[in-house]
Design a protein around this ligand. Structure first.
Ligand SMILES: O=c1ccn([C@@H]2O[C@H](COP(=O)(O)O)[C@@H](O)[C@H]2O)c(=O)[nH]1
Length: 272
C-alpha cells in the first residue's frame, strides 16, 4: 500500500486505528478451542468485527512463533484473511548484519519464501544502515523503525543524551537519509506523547506507528493533538484492550465496541 493509499483509507474510514493481533492461545474463549485452528478462528472473528473501523492490522510475530509450525500457519491464514484495504504490519522487531537482514526481509515480504506478504515490518535501528536497508530492497514495502518505544526501558538507551540531542532523535534524523516518508515510518509509544511535538519537527511527513493506548494507558487525545498531519500521519495501535474485551461468546461483539470507541474519537480529531 502506498503513502497516498494509506492516507486515503484514513480519511475514507475516518480512522487511524491499527488492531494488534497479539493472539495468545491461552486467552482464547473456550468455545473456540474445538476449532481446527483456534487462533485463526479468533483472528477471523476479530477482523470481521473490526475491518470497517480499522485501517491496519499488526500481528505481533512473537505470539505466532511461540506456537511453532502451527503458529506460522495461523499467521499465514490470518494475513491472507485481512482485507486488501487494510495496511499490514509484521511486528517482528528484526535487524541484523546485512545478509541476515536480507533473509528477514525475504521472510516477511516474499510470499514464495515463507508464505507471507506483509506491507511492512518493524525493525530495530541499533545495528545501523546495513541492517535496515535490506528491507528497503523490496519495492513498495515499508520499514517501521523503533524510535521511542512505549516501555519504561526506553530510557536506558533511546533517551540517552548525545551532544545536544537524545539518541532517538539521531535515529529519526539519520534514518531519513536512507528512505523517504513513502517507505519509512517510526514507532513512538503513546506513553511518550510529550515528545511527539519534537518528533513531528524532526519527521513532519512520516507516518508514526503509535502503540500504547488501551492496556498501557497512553492518551489518544494527546497523541492525536501532537501527531496528526494533513495526511493523517498516525497509526494508533491497540491490542489487548480490543482482543480481550470479553472472554465469552460475545468476544467479537465486545472487541467491536472497544474499536468503535477509539474510531469515533479518531473521527472527531480528523475533522478538527
Ligand atoms: O514501543 C512499543 C513497540 C511495540 N509495542 C507492541 O504493540 C503492542 C501493544 O499491545 P497492547 O496490548 O495494546 O499494549 C504489542 O504487540 C507490543 O509488543 C509496544 O507496545 N510498544
Amino acid at each position: 500500500m502506498t503513502y497516498k493509499e494509506l492516507s486515503e483509507q484514513i480519511f475514507r474510514k475516518k480512522s487511524y486505528l491499527c488492531v494488534g493481533l497479539d493472539t495468545d492461545p491461552h486467552k482464547l474463549p473456550s468455545h473456540l478451542l474445538n476449532e481446527k485452528d483456534p487462533v485463526f478462528a479468533f483472528n477471523r472473528a476479530i477482523i470481521d468485527a473490526t475491518a470497517d473501523l480499522a485501517v491496519a492490522y499488526k500481528p505481533n510475530i512473537a505470539f505466532y512463533e511461540a506456537q511453532g509450525p502451527r503458529g506460522w500457519e495461523s499467521l499465514q491464514r490470518t494475513l491472507e484473511y485481512i482485507p486488501a484495504d487494510c495496511f499490514t504490519i509484521a511486528d517482528a522487531k528484526r535487524g541484523d548484519i546485512g545478509n541476515t537482514s536480507s533473509l528477514y526481509a525475504r521472510t516477511f515480504f516474499d510470499p514464495e519464501a515463507a508464505g507471507l506478504n506483509f506491507d511492512s515490518v518493524t525493525v530495530a535501528p541499533y545495528m545501523g544502515n546495513d541492517s535496515v536497508t535490506p528491507f528497503l530492497a523490496y519495492e513498495g514495502k515499508w520499514v517501521i523503525l523503533l524510535a521511542l518505544t512505549s516501555n519504561s526501558g526506553s530510557a536506558d538507551f533511546q533517551r540517552q543524551p548525545v551532544g545536544e540531542q537524545e539518541l532517538f532523535e539521531i535515529v529519526i534524523q539519520t534514518a531519513q537519509t536512507w528512505a523517504g516518508p513513502d517507505r519509512l515510518m517510526f514507532v513512538v509509544g503513546a506513553t511518550q506523547a510529550d515528545e511527539l511535538s519534537r518528533i513531528r519537527e524532526l519527521a513532519p511527513d512520516n507516518f508514526l506507528l503509535v502503540p500504547g493506548v488501551g492496556a498501557q494507558g497512553g492518551s489518544l487525545a494527546e497523541v492525536s493533538r501532537r501527531g496528526l498531519t494533513t495526511a493523517g500521519g498516525l497509526l494508533v495501535n491497540a491490542s489487548r484492550s480490543i482482543l480481550y474485551a470479553s472472554s465469552g461468546t460475545d468476544f467479537a461483539e465486545q472487541a467491536r465496541a472497544e474499536a468503535q470507541l477509539l474510531q469515533k474519537e479518531m473521527a472527531q480529531y480528523l475533522s478538527e
